[in-house]
Ligand binder design. Structure first.
Ligand SMILES: NC(=O)c1ccc[n+]([C@@H]2O[C@H](COP(=O)([O-])OP(=O)(O)OC[C@H]3O[C@@H](n4cnc5c(N)ncnc54)[C@H](O)[C@@H]3O)[C@@H](O)[C@H]2O)c1
Length: 254
């Protein structure tokens, strides 16, 4: 039987790279697409060494916010595969700015990457996903549940991700395409580490606010994404699974 194939955006580092590792370890063929083309290709090469598959794992450059760039990616991918089993929309950035000082160009860029990028990727992959009875996993956040001071663009995009996930699920269920999301808490990746370094995030406050008392490791998010892509989740559709150590159910005042 042919290996299942997954396309992972933002797959060169962080959660996306861990999804690539986890799925390669489970026999999937990995297509990594990232703004940083070099690291995406390097990761694919490394995975091909560690987890050989009938066809090599491949890395591509893409700007998911750019329609022409996404078209180019799909043209390259179409030369490799006829069907797609999974699309994981991990590409993302963070913008930390008070709302009253918001740089609207940066606001637009963030919404373009997270929301429009996920939509563009889903739309472009639709024929391949339909042909493969494939499944999409989008990445939401604790910012999909509550407001995040200083991160209005991010929380707005991540809340929008819920509407995109649910609506695609309703539209595309008839085509055999499942669509779900995971909503991670604070994960030990560059996105969070950059906030800890520049003082926008306080580690003590974060851990104090998380009932499990620690950051998530990327592998703890990747395993849930792998579950959602798998046949074990064959009737889960339009759902958002929180993987946040209890953060969004904690109503403690202090
Ligand atoms: N780290 C967390 O705590 C956390 C929590 C909740 C949700 N998330 C979400 O998970 C996803 C992955 O985050 P991460 O923590 O791994 O971040 P990260 O910064 O480590 O990785 C993000 C990746 O996306 C790529 N990327 C950025 N813009 C892109 C674009 N326009 N086109 C293609 N690729 C692009 C980057 O090059 C990078 O490789 C993001 O959507 C993020 O918002 C992260």
């Amino acid at each position: 039987m042919n290996a299942k194939t997954v396309l992972i955006t933002g797959g060169a580092q962080g959660i996306g790279a861990q999804v690539a590792n986890t799925l390669a370890g489970r026999g999937w063929r990995i297509l990594v697409a990232d703004l940083n083309e070099g690291p995406a290709k390097d990761l694919a090469k490394e995975l091909s060494g560690r987890f050989p598959s009938a066809a090599p794992h491949l890395g591509f450059g893409v700007d998911v916010a750019d329609e022409v760039s996404v078209e180019g990616l799909l043209a390259a991918v179409a030369g490799e595969i006829n069907t797609l089993d999974g699309l994981v929309n991990c590409a993302g950035n963070i913008l930390r700015q008070p709302a009253e000082e918001m740089d609207i160009a940066q606001w637009r860029r963030l919404l373009d990457i997270h929301l429009t990028g996920s939509m563009l990727m889903a739309k472009s992959c639709f024929p391949l996903l339909k042909a493969g009875n494939g499944s999409i996993v989008n990445i939401a956040s604790v910012g999909s549940t509550f407001g995040l001071p200083g991160r209005s663009a991010y929380a707005t995009a991540k809340t929008g991700m819920l509407g995109l996930t649910r609506t695609l699920a309703v539209e595309w269920g008839q085509h055999g395409i499942r669509v779900n999301a995971v909503a991670p808490g604070y994960v030990n990746t560059e996105m969070v580490r950059s906030g800890l370094r520049n003082g926008t995030l306080s580690e003590a406050a974060l851990l104090g606010r998380t009932p499990l008392g620690r950051l998530a490791e990327p592998a703890e998010i990747a395993s849930v994404i792998a579950f959602l892509l798998s046949t074990d989740a064959s009737f889960i559709h339009g759902e958002v699974i929180k993987v946040d150590g209890g953060l969004t159910v904690d109503g403690t005042f202090s």
